[in-house]
Design a protein around this ligand. Structure first.
Ligand code: ARG
Length: 545
């Protein structure tokens, strides 16, 4: 726990008369103490024998009220045993404080996530994106950033001419009205399967018409755009995801043209023989890339350049892109180009993540080659409703929680092998397990009207719980700083496991008065920490299960 570490560091500094920071304080194996400090470096700086120095300091620090015992070990380690009651009371203050006493960060932060493309349903890859992006927005708000969650949809470019063309050729307004997403996607697939060169040319003509503002083209494009957004809204709502704004590539298409022009004038970009414009990175740092086609249309990359500058103009200090690692190169190029443009004062980062693989045959899709987000959620909810021996009326929350946890508990740079057995495992490392442990603790509190209080001596099992609970704030800070919700997910899993051993070995209700109060307090703190932690992952804490 940071506060105790700070106190210790302060005192060590006073005793040793050298700089000691919280980072110098280590966490040893539990049997060696709660905190440790290697005095070897200090001794060499002072030209003294490390063990003797450690002995001296140990004696002085043993007088401190919150230190129970100090042991000297090895070549000059100081091992501190903190007063357990003191530790628990400190934890209580933190748990009851605003935002768990986390030092609040400052600054305006844009988090760009989800960002699906037009006319296609979100799929399993978007699921991981949505889970990471949404958890990050929750975490970043919690640690104090002024967050804007932005859904920057892929609504511009040649693809959209394709949908219009296919719609004109094969589509039906009736079918569209009835089931817009299915119809759009059908057309998209049909075009892919059947289009010849002539079709492709005609589709490109429609894209050009959108860019030129042709009335019919724009009208249809807007219709598809709105239908996509509306369809996705339901899925976000189901997942409990809120955006502060929905934008899109179309918003910055004009600005992108200006940036390309500017880049050409400033010699950042070059014109190719065929009239297209590209960038040739210095020292071949990255492969050459086209930023504007020969017909004058912009590309994904050029729109992102314009968009990054737009965000800078809007006053964002931080700019996070939650996008799969397939686009690592894209973002390296983007950031490099923006640096060449001299766009400064905004810190941009690619929050990259790995692929999700489904175990073979674990799911088939009605949509041909993609498994849609909706199919995945439906399947999870159905499985949650059938878990044996349980009567579950919150299958929706459990199913969604299971998916969220499965997507968040693996560090984001790693791929995920999605396996239903583990995803739904009530006993193991899963969303349902976290929700269940949290509910189990609440049910203990429901058994009594008494309030918990830290009184008397904590036994080993209680103290382990207290120490584990005390890690929460730091885990949240790490998750925020590393843009890594897995830090919280894995911590909650360990904490829940610890709680379940506590629950088995420590009776709470009906023991002597002091012990009961103390254990109730520990259970209360467990509920507070897990309620908060689950909320940060976007997993709903339940009242019953
Ligand atoms: N629409 C893009 C895709 O589906 C993702 C956009 C991510 N955001 C961005 N600013 N590039 O691949």
């Amino acid at each position: 726990m940071k506060k105790i570490k700070e106190k210790l560091a302060e005192q060590l500094e006073k005793e040793l008369e050298i700089d000691v920071s919280v980072n110098d304080i280590e966490i040893p194996e539990p049997e060696h103490g709660d905190f440790a400090y290697p005095a070897m470096k200090a001794a060499s700086q002072r030209g003294e024998n490390p063990r003797e120095l450690a002995e001296e300091v140990a004696e002085a620090l043993e007088e401190t009220e919150y230190v129970n015992r100090v042991e000297v070990a090895g070549p000059g380690y100081l091992n501190f045993f903190i007063d357990r009651t003191f530790f628990a009371e400190e934890l209580e203050k933190i748990v009851e404080s605003d935002r768990m006493s986390i030092k609040q960060r400052e600054g305006k932060m844009c988090i760009d996530f989800s960002a699906p493309n037009l006319a296609k349903p979100m799929h399993i890859g978007h699921m991981r994106n949505n889970c990471i992006g949404d958890s990050l927005q929750r975490i970043m708000r919690f640690v104090g950033y002024d967050v804007t969650a932005e859904n920057y949809i892929g609504d511009w470019g040649t693809k959209h001419g394709q949908v219009i063309y296919a719609f004109k050729k094969w589509g039906s307004m009736e079918e569209f009205k009835e089931n817009p997403m299915d119809h759009m996607y059908e057309l998209y697939v049909k075009l892919h399967d059947e289009a010849d060169e002539d079709d492709k040319q005609k589709a490109r003509d429609w894209s050009r018409k959108i860019e030129e503002g042709d009335e019919e083209a724009v009208e249809l494009w807007e219709m598809f755009r709105e239908a996509t957004i509306k369809y996705n809204e339901k899925e976000y709502e189901r997942m409990g995801i809120e955006f502060d704004r929905t934008t899109g590539e179309s918003v910055v298409a004009e600005k992108a043209k200006d940036k390309v022009k500017e880049g050409l004038e400033r010699g950042i970009f070059k014109k190719d023989g065929d009239g297209s414009i590209f960038i040739d990175f210095e020292d071949e740092k990255f492969p050459n890339t086209v930023v504007q086609r020969d017909d004058g249309s912009t590309l994904y990359l050029s729109r992102d350049i314009a968009n990054l500058e737009k965000r800078k103009e809007e006053g964002f200090d931080h700019n996070l892109y939650v996008v799969a690692n397939e686009q690592d190169l894209h973002f390296q190029q983007l950031f490099e180009i923006c640096e060449e443009f001299g766009i400064e004062g905004i810190q941009s980062e690619h929050v990259s993540y790995g692929m999700v693989h489904l175990r073979d045959g674990s799911m088939s899709s009605s949509k041909g080659n993609i498994i849609t987000l909706k199919e995945l959620i439906d399947k999870s909810v159905e499985k949650a409703s059938k878990i044996e021996g349980r009567d579950i009326d919150n299958a929706e929350e459990v199913g969604l929680g299971a998916i969220r946890y499965a997507n968040l508990s693996v560090s984001r740079n790693k791929d995920i092998e999605f396996d239903w057995e583990n995803v739904m495992d009530f006993e193991g490392d899963s969303g349902p397990y976290l929700q269940y442990s949290n509910v189990r603790a609440k049910s203990i509190l429901d058994e009594t009207d008494k309030e918990g209080k830290i009184v008397g001596e904590l036994n080993d099992q209680e103290y382990i719980m207290v120490k584990k609970l005390a890690e929460f704030s730091e885990k949240v800070e790490n998750a925020a700083d590393q843009r890594e919700p897995a830090k919280i997910a894995n911590y909650l899993s360990e904490l829940s496991e610890e709680f379940n051993s506590f629950y088995h070995s420590c009776q709470v209700i009906g023991v002597d008065e002091k012990t009961e109060k103390r254990r109730l307090k520990i259970v209360e703190m467990f509920v507070d920490v897990t309620d908060q932690g689950l909320e940060l992952l976007g997993i709903e804490p339940l009242e019953e299960m």
